[in-house]
Design a protein. Structure first.
Length: 394
């Protein structure tokens, strides 16, 4: 047991956070780090964005919480705006990604239930996926590192190998309700689903009467350079979970659905005490004010491309440390040769923070507001870290 009174569930880096300014994180010892974790793709607008600070403090003077027994005007507005920019007609607000996914799973089961097919209650998921740490989302992702010791897990999830469409076809049966996929696996190592596969999955769902469910908890809200990553593929889902970037650092998740897919979610079928509370809604609406403003997503695409080119140069110069650039927009990853956590530790010593992912990848997730100059600074620090790690040439 550690000296901390908190659960020992996290392998925390020896860095205590004090405050943040845009892409910069300042530790309690005064040391400044370039923060390319963005709180794991959460701080979409960086730290302490003036519009978010203003929205939250202004709302804090009015009302914090009232419960979903009443109309929350901020919810009506945010739901309408999310629907207007997406495939969705209906939105359910939650507090986290896992809760948004739980709502997605329940929505899918209820859809078939009210259609007279209660037996269609199984969802197909993929290896390497991550959907959260609740029991149902653990059962969906089936990552043995996350599930060990937590049996019994809820039933209702069938898993196939990521990218194996033949196995997928074999897995579809009379009890299949839908397919759940991340357009880019984040925790799984920044593994992208090709557009052709997204279109094939949509086609299979249409043909077999299945719901196409996307987990965009990490990829949503502009992270890949489109508002939602599915927009790159040209097809739309029936149900989608989003969270991380939506609150810009305030806990906020949402489940979006078409009116048809959401038709089973009638009065009293689902609920949450905190979900969609006025503070969260004020911040979520302020995030959308910025992300949906003219030119913002163009900026994400442009700096994303710039970052990717720079990372490719880093790979060329340090083949013993990293050998592959992955991702889209500002959801990028580098595949490492030494253990990724070792690489991250040396980077931290050089004042640059990034995030570990599966498949021995480090995720480079700058805030969407990052500038080319900040990317230059970050890459210079990474360069310094990689040079320090390189074996001394004879
Ligand atoms: C982070 C994440 C989740 C879980 O979100 P929490 O807010 O931690 O519950 C679910 N799905 C994906 C794709 C994620 O990246």
């Amino acid at each position: 047991m550690s000296a901390s009174a908190t659960f020992d569930t996290y392998a925390r880096a020896p860095l205590a956070v004090e405050r943040g300014e845009g892409a910069w994180l300042i530790a309690t010892d005064g040391k400044r780090y370039l923060d390319f974790t963005s709180g794991i793709a959460v701080n979409a607008l960086g730290h302490a964005h003036p519009k978010l600070v203003a929205a939250l403090t202004e709302q804090a003077q009015k009302i914090w919480h009232a419960s979903n027994a009443f109309v929350i005007p901020g919810q009506e507005r945010l739901a309408q705006r999310l629907a207007a920019v997406s495939f969705a007609d209906k939105v359910f607000f939650a507090n986290s990604g896992a809760e948004a996914m739980e709502a997605a799973i329940k929505t899918a089961r209820r859809y078939h239930f009210v259609n007279g097919h209660p037996e269609k209650n199984r969802l197909i998921t993929f290896t390497g996926s991550f959907h959260g740490r609740t029991l149902a989302t653990l059962a969906a992702a089936k990552n043995p590192k996350h599930t060990e010791g937590f049996d019994p897990l809820p039933d209702g999830f069938d898993q196939v190998e990521f990218g194996d469409l033949k196995a997928l076809m074999r897995a579809i049966g009379p009890e299949t309700a839908g397919i759940v996929i991340e357009p880019i696996q984040g925790e799984g190592g920044v593994r992208r689903v090709p557009g052709s596969v997204m279109r094939e999955l949509r086609r299979i769902c249409d043909e077999r009467g299945l719901l196409f469910i996307l987990d965009e908890v990490q990829t949503g809200i502009g992270r890949t350079g489109k508002f939602f990553a599915y927009e790159w593929s040209g097809v739309t889902p029936d149900i989608l979970a989003v969270a991380k970037g939506l609150g810009g650092g305030f806990p906020l998740g949402a489940c979006l659905a078409t009116a048809e897919a959401a038709k089973g979610m009638t009065s009293f079928t689902h609920g949450t005490t905190f979900g969609g509370n006025p503070l969260a809604m004020a911040v979520g609406n302020a995030v959308l004010d910025v992300v949906l403003a003219d030119g913002f997503l163009d900026h994400v695409q442009a700096v994303g491309l710039y970052l990717k080119q720079k990372l490719a140069g880093l790979v060329d110069a340090h083949r013993a440390i990293v050998d592959e650039v992955r991702g889209e927009g500002l959801l990028t990853g580098l595949h490492c040769l030494p253990p990724n956590r070792e690489v991250l530790g040396v980077m931290r010593e050089h004042g640059i923070l990034a995030v570990a992912a599966g498949d021995n990848v480090i995720r480079i997730l700058p805030p969407l507001t990052v500038t080319e100059a900040e990317i230059d600074e970050g890459l210079q620090r990474m360069e310094g870290a990689f040079a320090a790690m390189a074996p001394v040439q004879a």
